[in-house]
Design a protein around this ligand. Structure first.
Ligand code: CDV
Length: 311
């Protein structure tokens, strides 16, 4: 019997500093209704989907920073999204900034959750590959302060069984790291959900703009193919208060082929029927991990972080 799940990526256009959480949640709910009309059962929303991409702003007042974080999930403002998803019988992935307490101290994470069609949170992921910098770079066109505002995720790359599939999560910059997909691949992941906010400009060095989209799609396609998994990637994009970010939300098949691609830089839904058996021949043949992996030669991957040439 074939296993299919009709799934969608719900791309978001810009969220400006002046936009309230309530206004954003209304947009998420509109996309969820559109998904329902299209027969979709699982929806992926972007990274930090409730606010503007605030790591672009230098802030020193912790109270000001904490305004972008959620202390509870569902929060009073997101309750409507959970209720609607339950009413429509749709599971979803949502990215947001999480403020929690660990051993009596505040911790800040760039987090995503998996919510089942009954509105229950079944999985949580805290971003591990935090990009950017922690110091103020006054010469840069904008900041990328994820290393300042977030703690490194402390829960690893896990998978969960939901809606008949093995699902994993990662967030934005994680998609550029093969280790992220592989750790999920080794747990039999079938669907990798991820959200992202990728500025069109690289603040560290100038590069042609088209490379941002090329590297984004290259990373998704390689991760999908090499782990025989569907990859569902949702952008927050367009110009937020003048700061432009790439679109290119995509659904990538286990073959590495792009099954659906967003065309705009606005709120846009793209949907595909995920055939969960499509990756099986890859897992049986070229990527039969049990048969072909040679872990005795991979030690450096976990014992060494930076490259070191010893010859
Ligand atoms: N939000 C992100 O993680 N953004 C990063 C940076 C490096 C642009 C990304 O990988 O897209």
């Amino acid at each position: 019997m074939s296993r299919k799940l009709r799934a969608a990526v719900a791309q978001l256009g810009p969220i400006h500093l002046a936009d309230s959480r309530e206004a954003v949640v209304k947009r998420l709910c509109a996309l969820l209704r559109e998904a329902h009309s299209a027969g979709v059962k699982f929806v992926v929303f972007p990274e930090l989907a409730l606010t503007t991409f605030f790591p672009r702003y230098w802030m020193t007042d912790q109270a000001e920073i904490d305004r972008y974080f959620e202390r509870d999930m569902p929060s009073p403002e997101t309750r409507a999204l959970f209720d609607l998803a339950k009413e429509l019988g749709i599971g979803f992935y949502l990215g947001y900034a999480e403020l929690t307490q660990e051993k009596g101290a505040p911790r800040h994470y760039n987090t995503s959750i998996l919510v089942d069609p009954d509105g229950r949170i079944v999985g949580r992921y805290r971003k591990i590959h935090l990009p950017g910098h922690s110091e103020h770079l006054p010469q840069a066109p904008f900041q990328h302060l994820e290393k300042r505002y977030f703690d490194v995720g402390n829960e690893g790359f896990r998978v969960w069984r939901m809606q008949g599939a093995v699902m994993g999560m990662c967030i934005c910059n994680d998609r550029r790291w093969p280790e992220a997909y592989r750790v999920m691949g080794l747990q039999g992941v079938e669907i990798v959900a991820l959200g992202y906010n990728t500025p069109i400009e690289n603040i560290h060095h100038r590069e042609p703009e088209h490379l941002r989209m090329f590297h984004h799609l290259l990373s998704l396609q390689a991760g999908a193919y090499q782990n025989a998994a569907w990859v569902l990637a949702a952008a927050k994009c367009g110009a937020e208060d003048g700061h432009a970010m790439i679109g290119g939300s995509a659904i990538v098949a286990p073959t590495g082929e792009i099954a659906a691609l967003a065309l705009t830089e606005e709120d846009e839904l793209i949907a595909t029927n995920l055939d969960l058996e499509l990756g099986e021949y890859l897992r049986r043949t070229v990527f039969n991990f049990e048969k072909h992996r040679r872990v005795e030669h991979y030690g450096l991957i976990t014992s060494r972080t930076g490259a070191k040439t010893e010859v």
